[in-house]
Design a protein around this ligand. Structure first.
Ligand code: SAH
Length: 394
């Protein structure tokens, strides 16, 4: 193995011995000046003992660990890792089903593949690299996916234009690495939707709300539903299948409203129960009456970094306060935060503050989180990001 070797400073191996998958730049001794970003490096402790092998990158996270075994990172390695990831999805019961062809196949650190995200939509997977190292291995990984999926996946679309480190200056364009299907209708729990992997957010659909949408379906019967921050309308069509009386979808992006309308039409053609509005959330919540008895609030991440935490918490309080103020007595509120920097206690406190401001009696019915196909590596608790509450508002 001709990998470059990096040495840790004395005493800087503790978190790695507990299998945390990142090496911070401050933990390393001198770094060879000609080391190319994205190359594979072996990390040794101060006494020359092997610790890990991973991708080298420029920044405060200097190495993302691929393995704690002294092994070669080759086609066979990717296949083994992807095979385990696939086995996890089959155990969960999201893979190998005719009525559900949508799920996350690889969730970065959660699948011991830091810097790599793969979502599956039918016979196409959308692959996203967040590190130069994963970018460098993209062709090999794409081949390994098709190999492991044994006929179930024929197309690999690479969508890393916006996720690769900007400073690396790779000028990577999105496009197919393998295949080239235009068939972009996928299935989630028997519901159909168009996936816009060319222009959509993330990999084209928010796969992480599947289980929470299913739960919502069970609450929807006979209710008047407001799906705020609807994006592609996921919660809306589950509510409709659950027997909602009416469903209003709101998003500030006109493109999202078009996607929502198209997806509702795909599942419930001509159904008059649904209407969608391109409007700002706060404006809409301010102007609306008290007609809704099931409200979903699934905003974008308010805090992308720790520094933005206080403002983010205030934002969640303000948003939820509006819903508490307006929701019908006996109403159900599904409220979420996907900010990784906000933990579940902080989020709950922000919602608690909003409830107290409204003076209403509020019960927590469910505490929600990311689904099992977005697993959290127990040694990398930072991987937990999605949290939600289902509340009964008296
Ligand atoms: N609930 C969605 C995902 C929501 S993503 C799902 O299940 O797929 C967040 C969405 O919020 C994006 O579509 C974005 O366009 C929208 N958004 C961002 N700021 C907004 C605002 N101020 N008012 C309304 N929508 C907003």
């Amino acid at each position: 193995m001709a990998y470059n070797t990096l040495y840790l400073k004395k005493g800087k191996d503790e978190s790695l011995k507990r299998f945390h998958p990142w090496v911070f730049s401050g933990a390393l001794q001198q770094i060879p000046s000609d080391l190319e970003e994205g190359s594979i490096v072996r990390v040794l402790d101060n006494d020359g003992k092997f610790i890990a092998v991973g991708h080298w990158q420029i920044g405060s996270i200097a190495v993302r660990v691929l393995s704690f075994d002294d092994e070669e990172i080759n086609f066979d390695f990717w296949k083994r890792r992807l095979k385990v990831a696939d086995d996890v999805r089959r155990s969960i019961g999201v893979a190998g089903r005719a009525d559900n062809t949508t799920y996350r196949m690889v969730h970065g650190e959660g699948d011991n593949l830091p810097g790599l995200v793969i979502d599956r939509y039918g016979s196409t997977v959308v692959m996203q690299a967040h590190s130069v190292g994963m970018h460098a291995c993209r062709e090999e990984i794409a081949k390994a996916i098709v190999d492991v999926m044994n006929g179930e996946v024929e197309n690999v679309y690479y969508k890393s234009e916006t996720t690769l480190p900007f400073k690396a200056d790779l000028n990577q364009e999105n496009g197919f690495l393998i295949g080239g299907s235009k068939d972009n209708v996928a299935l989630e729990n028997g519901l159909k939707f168009h996936v816009d992997w060319l222009k959509g957010q993330k990999t084209g659909f928010f796969v992480d709300q599947r289980d929470n949408r299913s739960l919502l379906e069970h609450y929807a019967k006979g209710r008047s539903v407001l799906n705020m921050f609807c994006y592609t309308g996921g919660f809306s069509f589950y509510a409709m299948r659950g027997g909602a009386k009416l469903v209003h979808s709101v998003d500030s992006s006109a493109k999202a409203i078009d996607l929502t309308n198209a997806n509702v039409e795909l599942n419930f053609p001509g159904d008059e129960r649904h209407k969608a509005y391109a409007e700002d959330a706060f404006k809409y919540l301010e102007a609306m009456g008290d007609q809704y008895d099931l409200i979903i609030l699934d905003p974008p991440a308010f805090a992308k970094h720790k520094d933005a935490l206080r403002n983010a918490l205030r934002g969640y309080t303000k948003l939820n306060a509006k819903a508490f103020e307006k929701i019908k007595p006996g109403g159900i509120l599904f409220t979420f935060s996907c900010s990784q920097a906000v933990n579940k206690d902080q989020f709950r406190m922000a919602v608690f503050t909003a409830a107290a401001q409204s003076g209403r009696s509020v019960r927590i019915l469910h505490q929600l989180h990311q689904p099992a196909d977005h697993p959290i590596n127990i040694y990398h608790p930072e991987g937990e990001y999605l949290k939600g509450l289902v509340l009964y508002v008296e």
